[in-house]
Design a protein around this ligand. Structure first.
Ligand SMILES: [Zn+2]
Length: 589
C-alpha cells in the first residue's frame, strides 16, 4: 500500500480491511470473464452471474439473484452501401431496425459540431446553417449520442450515419430514455435508423457526399428489441445498532459489450472481492452495505439499475445514505484520479480517501447523466462513476481521443477490450480506494457529506443564471434562501460534535434527499430524468432559454412561466432544507 500521509478517517479496522484487499479473488473473476461475452440478456451474462454467485457462496457470503424483465435493444448487424460498395458499420442500441431489407435514401453531409444544449432548448444552434437534410440519410462526425440523434431527427433526416473518431467503431446506445420507458416517455425512443462507421470509411463517405450530394445510399440496421429476463445479483451485508436499517449502495454493471474486460469485468471482480472482505468485517459496521451487479446497462440504458430504483424506490429514498458506482477500475496506464464524478457534498470526502489510500491528489467534476447513476431523482448522494484514468499527457502522446470508460483506453466498447486492458496492480489500488470509500460511509460514526459545498455550487449556478437572464427575471429570492441555507449549514457543521450523532446523520440524509434532487433532477422523485445532460439546478436553467429568446416572442412568455415555476420549487425546497437543520439545532440546543 502507498504511504498514507493523512490520519483523517484512518483507523485500525480500516487498515486491516485494506490489507486484506489483495486483488487475488478479483483477478480470478477478471480472467474468467475475459473469455465470456456478457451481452445483456444472453447466456454469457447468466454464466457471469452464476460465477459471481458461486464464488461468493464458496466464501460464505449469501447472495440473492433478482430477475428483472428489461427492455433491451441488442444490435446484431449493420451496413452502408454506396455505389455498389458496402462499408462495415455498427448500429447503436435503440436505433430503429430496418431489418435485412434495409432502407434507401440520398446521402447528405451535415458538418458535425452540434450544440449540446439544454434538453428543451428547441433551437440547437446548427439548424439555421444546416443544409436541407429532410428526408435524406445524413452523415456527420461524432458518436451517436442521444442529443445528437435528437438533433438530426428534428431536422427530418430519415437515417443518420455517425463517423467515429478512430479506427475501431465503438458500440453505443442512442436512446434518450433512461432505463425502462414508461407511458410518459415511451414515444421518445429514437425514430430513425442510426449507424456508425470508422474514421477512414467515414471520410470516404463524406467525400462522396461532398462530391455528389444526394448520392443513393442503402443502410441496413438489424437489432433484436424486446423484453429479456436478466440476472441481478445482490449481496446485503447487515449492520447492528441504531443505524443498521440504513445502507450504502455499491454497484456496477454486469453486462458488457463483447468481452468487456476494462469495462467492466474489473469492476465486477473488484465488487466480488470487496463483498467478501466487507462480509468478514460486518460486526464493525454501523450501517449496512448493499452490493448490486446490474444487467441491462449497455443495450438497456441502465435498465437494471433503473428497475432496482423502481422496485426498491421507497426503501432507497428512506434508507440509502449514499451510492458508489464501480465501473472500469484498474485499467492499463490509469495512474491518475482526474475527471472523477461526485455530487459536491461528497467531493472533499472522496478526495481525502483517495489521498489517504494512494497518496495522489484527485480532481473531479459534476457527474454527467450517465453510468448507472439511476438514483439522482431519489436524492441519493453519490461518488465515483468511472475510476482512475490515464494522465492527460499520456493520452496526448498516444494520440487518444476521449472515451467513456476503460481508464481512457480507446479499446473501450469494442472487440479489443480484452485482458491486456486490465492492470492487476492498479486494480488492487483502485479496489482499496473503493473499499475505503464504502467502509467509511458504512462504519464512520458521522456521515461524511459536506453540504456547504453543495450550497456553494448552487450559489454559483444561480448567479450564472441571473447573469444570463439579466433584468428579464429576478432570481434574487433563490440567492436569499441560499444565503440562509449557507448560514444554517455553518451552524450545523460548527455544532456537529456536540449534537447526537444519530440525529445528525438523519438530518444529513434528509438534506441529501432535498439538495441532490434540486441540483440534479428536473423530474419527480420516483421518475427518471432523460439520458441527456442535466444542468445545475435544472429547474432554473430556463433562465438560459429565456435569455436566448426575443422578449416579444410567445416562446419567451412560455419559458418565463417555466422559470417562475422552477423558482418557486427552488425557494420552497431550499427553505425546507434550512428548516430541517434548524429543527435539529433547536431541539438539541
Ligand atoms: Zn461501463
Amino acid at each position: 500500500m502507498a504511504d498514507r500521509t493523512s490520519t483523517a478517517g484512518k483507523n485500525a479496522d480500516e487498515d486491516q480491511l485494506l490489507a486484506s484487499i489483495t486483488g487475488d479473488l478479483a483477478w480470478e473473476i477478471v480472467q474468467d470473464f475475459s473469455t465470456i461475452n456478457r451481452e445483456s440478456g444472453s447466456r454469457g451474462e447468466q454464466e457471469a452471474a452464476d460465477l459471481i454467485v458461486e464464488t461468493l457462496e464458496q466464501k460464505g457470503v449469501p447472495v440473492t439473484v433478482l430477475r428483472p424483465t428489461l427492455l433491451l435493444s441488442v444490435p446484431r448487424r449493420a451496413s452502408v452501401t454506396v455505389g455498389g460498395r458496402e462499408f462495415h458499420a455498427k448500429t447503436p442500441a435503440f436505433s430503429v431496425s430496418t431489418g435485412e431489407s434495409g432502407s434507401a435514401g440520398r446521402l447528405v453531409y451535415l458538418p458535425g459540431a452540434f450544440a449540446q444544449g439544454h434538453d428543451d432548448l428547441f433551437d440547437s444552434g446548427f439548424s439555421s446553417q444546416a443544409p436541407e437534410v429532410a428526408g435524406t440519410v445524413v452523415i456527420t462526425e461524432g458518436l451517436p449520442l442521444p442529443q445528437k440523434v435528437l438533433d438530426v431527427e428534428s431536422l427530418g433526416a430519415r437515417a443518420a450515419i455517425f463517423v467515429n473518431p478512430g479506427e475501431r467503431i465503438h458500440e453505443a446506445i442512442c436512446t434518450p430514455v433512461w432505463g425502462g420507458p414508461d407511458w410518459q416517455n415511451k414515444d421518445r425512443q429514437p425514430q430513425i435508423p442510426v449507424l456508425a462507421v470508422n474514421r477512414k470509411d467515414g471520410e470516404t463517405l463524406i467525400g462522396i457526399a461532398k462530391d455528389q450530394p444526394g448520392s443513393p445510399v442503402e443502410v441496413v440496421t438489424v437489432l433484436e428489441k424486446g423484453l429479456f429476463d436478466c440476472p441481478l445479483p445482490v449481496v446485503e451485508i447487515p449492520a447492528e445498532g441504531a443505524e443498521a436499517a440504513d445502507f450504502v449502495l455499491l454497484h456496477g454493471h454486469l453486462d458488457s459489450w463483447h468481452f468487456g474486460v476494462g469495462d467492466n469485468a474489473v469492476g465486477n471482480g473488484a465488487m466480488v472481492e470487496l463483498a467478501v472482505r466487507f462480509w468478514e468485517r460486518r460486526s464493525q459496521l454501523r450501517r449496512g452495505i448493499r452490493l448490486a451487479w446490474w444487467p441491462g446497462h449497455s443495450p438497456g440504458r441502465y435498465a437494471g439499475s433503473t428497475w432496482y430504483a423502481d422496485m426498491f424506490g421507497v426503501e432507497l429514498a428512506e434508507r440509502c445514505v449514499a451510492q458508489v458506482n464501480c465501473d472500469s477500475p484498474g485499467c492499463r496506464w490509469a495512474t491518475a484520479f482526474s475527471g472523477m464524478s461526485w455530487t459536491p457534498e461528497m467531493a472533499a470526502f472522496t478526495k481525502e480517501v483517495i489521498h489517504d489510500v494512494t497518496g495522489l491528489t484527485a480532481s473531479g467534476e459534476r457527474p454527467p447523466r450517465a453510468g448507472d447513476w439511476s438514483f439522482n431523482n431519489l436524492g441519493v448522494s453519490g461518488t465515483l462513476m468511472l475510476s482512475s484514468t490515464m494522465p492527460e499527457d499520456v493520452r496526448q502522446v498516444k494520440g487518444y481521443y476521449g472515451v467513456g470508460g476503460c481508464g481512457g483506453n480507446i479499446e473501450w466498447h469494442t472487440e479489443a477490450d480484452t485482458l491486456e486492458i486490465a492492470d492487476r496492480q492498479l486494480l488492487q489500488r483502485d479496489m482499496q480506494v473503493y473499499g475505503a470509500v464504502v467502509w467509511r460511509l458504512a462504519a464512520d460514526p458521522v456521515l461524511p457529506m459536506d453540504f456547504r459545498a453543495a450550497a456553494a455550487d448552487m450559489q454559483k449556478a444561480v448567479r450564472g443564471y441571473q447573469e444570463a437572464v439579466g433584468e428579464r427575471f429576478d432570481l434574487r429570492p433563490v440567492l436569499t434562501v441560499l444565503d440562509e441555507l449557507a448560514s444554517s449549514l455553518g451552524q450545523l457543521y460548527g455544532a456537529m460534535e456536540e449534537l447526537p450523532t444519530q440525529k445528525v446523520n438523519g438530518t444529513l440524509k434528509r438534506l441529501s434527499r432535498l439538495l441532490v434532487r434540486l441540483h440534479f433532477a428536473a423530474d419527480e422523485q420516483f421518475r427518471q430524468d432523460p439520458a441527456l445532460q442535466v444542468p445545475p439546478m435544472p429547474m432554473l436553467a430556463w433562465a438560459e432559454t429565456v435569455a436566448a429568446l426575443s422578449p416579444e416572442s410567445m416562446d419567451s412568455f412560455y419559458a418565463v412561466n417555466s422559470l417562475m415555476r422552477g423558482r418557486n420549487r427552488a425557494v420552497f425546497e431550499l427553505r425546507e432544507a434550512s428548516r430541517v437543520i434548524d429543527d435539529l439545532l433547536k431541539n438539541d440546543a
